[in-house]
Design a protein around this ligand. Structure first.
Ligand code: FES
Length: 131
């Protein structure tokens, strides 16, 4: 019988003021994991919600914070080749096998916090090539 891996304790990291996040823009921040290693995170504010994903497109590694866009449906579009990902769960909009790791967020006293208890693996996984 397969065992479910234990859920890690949250590792909340301060990621700036909520009021400083422009709506529907992709903002890159660098946080630190539990071992102090830098983790690049893309933050997206939509209304009262803040979404966070690792700032690296799985296609060719583009940082979402560099030319990334949010379309009218709230899809995160990579600025290099326009792959799209749903903000809610990181799912690629056309390829079922590709999904971003969406990081939990919260706002405490006006400050955005991101849970880095599941940092990206080191070294990063191989990039995806569909072309
Ligand atoms: S690098 Fe993101 S779509 Fe190609």
């Amino acid at each position: 019988m397969a065992q479910t891996p234990p859920t890690p304790d949250p590792l909340w990291r301060a990621a700036g003021a909520f009021a400083a996040l422009p709506e529907d823009e992709v903002i890159g921040v660098e946080l630190a994991d539990a071992d102090g290693r830098p983790v690049k995170v893309a933050l997206i504010r939509r209304g009262a919600a803040v979404h966070a994903v690792h700032d690296r497109c799985p296609h060719r590694g583009a940082p979402f914070s560099d030319l990334g866009l949010i379309d009218e449906d709230g899809t995160l579009l990579c600025g290099w080749h326009y792959w799209g990902f749903r903000l809610a769960d990181g799912q690629h909009t056309q390829v079922a096998s590709i999904k971003l790791c969406v990081l939990p967020t919260r706002v405490v006293d006006g400050a955005v916090q991101v849970d880095l208890s599941r940092p990206p693996p080191y070294p990063p996984p191989a990039l995806v090539s569909l072309d």
